[in-house]
Design a binder for this molecule. Structure first.
Ligand SMILES: Nc1nc2c(ncn2[C@@H]2O[C@H](COP(=O)(O)OP(=O)(O)OP(=O)(O)O)[C@@H](O)[C@H]2O)c(=O)[nH]1
Ligand SMILES: [Mg+2]
Length: 309
């Protein structure tokens, strides 16, 4: 992952690029970059939230490069939805890159899980303040990541109160808000921000499948085909179980994606008034089931494609 130590962004360039790349870089994201940059000086540490189902594709380099000199932690969030075999591999990968990294299901109680990490992130300031005779320091952190990755949920779990609005749709948080999470710690919630330019279309597809980009922005068929092909390749047993079919795996590979949708429509969707299969609703159901972990726990970023050991 390339981390460029520059705080200067050419937003005109970003906007031009985002227009070319459809509307996945709306105005509030541009504003958020500027607001985050405004707050950088007052922030002691950074919590970078990634989706454990795509730790590489959900890492926004444009955002991460703003924090090169700050103590930081990467959280692979939604671990409960991610492939339990691959999450530890990704933690190992980031750890080898000298990045402190943990995985979380942020819907649980995070206070005890994150206590030591928060102490670590603020150690330098604590020691410095103690030398100056300040015993009761206040620490301000910022939490950043792509949309819908769970930033506000993490803040709520830490503070023990629902202080930040959280919902299963991208773009819920629109402003930068400083929230008290304990007696000495504040965490700044920020809007989810995407990179203004995707290096390849596949990254955009992955983020749309996870719910970080609105799915209607990308061609629906592309998302469906990508998810089917991915499941056929990496999780064929779970796909068969979901479809409630008894093909052997060789036959599964030959089945066309359109046929899969028909199976879902036939088995799981009420028919249309004219008796026809409700193909459109079946497609939506499939994408929702995939995103919500109803088919299987998965990881879209395969470590061997990214990490060279
Ligand atoms: N299964 C699961 N769901 C989670 C987890 N963390 C958050 N969610 C859900 O993910 C959705 C998005 O959570 P938010 O906290 O609003 O995400 P955000 O990053 O603040 O989103 P934006 O404000 O849009 O950038 C919500 O439905 C949460 O309940 C997790 O660890 N596991
Ligand atoms: Mg939010």
């Amino acid at each position: 992952m390339e981390i460029v130590p520059s705080l200067f962004y050419n937003f005109e360039d970003m906007e031009n690029n985002s227009q070319k790349n459809i509307h996945w870089f709306p105005g509030h994201m541009k504003k958020a970059y500027v607001r985050i940059e405004d707050h950088l000086k007052m922030v002691d540490f950074v919590v970078i939230v990634l989706d454990a189902r795509a730790p590489f594709s959900s890492a926004n380099d444009y955002l991460i490069k703003m924090f090169v000199n700050k103590p930081k932690i990467y959280i692979l969030n939604k671990e409960d939805l991610a492939d339990p075999k691959l999450t530890p591999e990704w933690i190992k990968y980031f750890t080898r890159e000298n990045i402190r990294c943990i995985s979380l299901n942020s819907k649980g109680d995070l206070k005890s899980k994150l206590k030591d990490h928060l102490m670590y992130l603020t150690e330098e300031k604590r020691v410095k303040n103690l030398k100056r005779g300040i015993k009761n320091s206040l620490f301000k952190g910022i939490i950043v990541g792509v949309p819908n990755v769970g930033k506000s949920t993490i803040i709520n779990s830490l503070s023990g109160v629902k202080k930040a609005k959280a919902a299963n749709t991208p773009g819920v948080t629109r402003n930068v808000n400083l929230i008290k999470i304990s007696a000495n710690y504040f965490l700044m919630d920020t809007p989810g921000i995407l990179t203004p330019r995707f290096e390849n279309e596949e990254e955009g597809i992955k983020l749309a499948l996870l719910g970080s980009i609105r799915q209607d922005i990308l061609p629906f068929e592309k998302l469906i085909n990508y998810a089917f092909d991915f499941l056929k390749t990496y999780y064929p047993g779970y796909l068969l179980k979901y479809l409630d079919e008894t093909y052997d795996l060789t036959r599964l590979k030959e089945v066309k994606n359109e046929e899969f949708i028909k199976i879902i429509a036939n088995k799981h969707m009420p028919r249309l008034k004219n008796g026809a299969l409700n193909i459109e609703q079946a497609k939506i159901k499939f994408l929702n089931d995939f995103k919500n972990g109803q088919i299987c726990r998965f990881c879209l970023d395969r470590i061997d494609e990214y990490a060279k050991f």
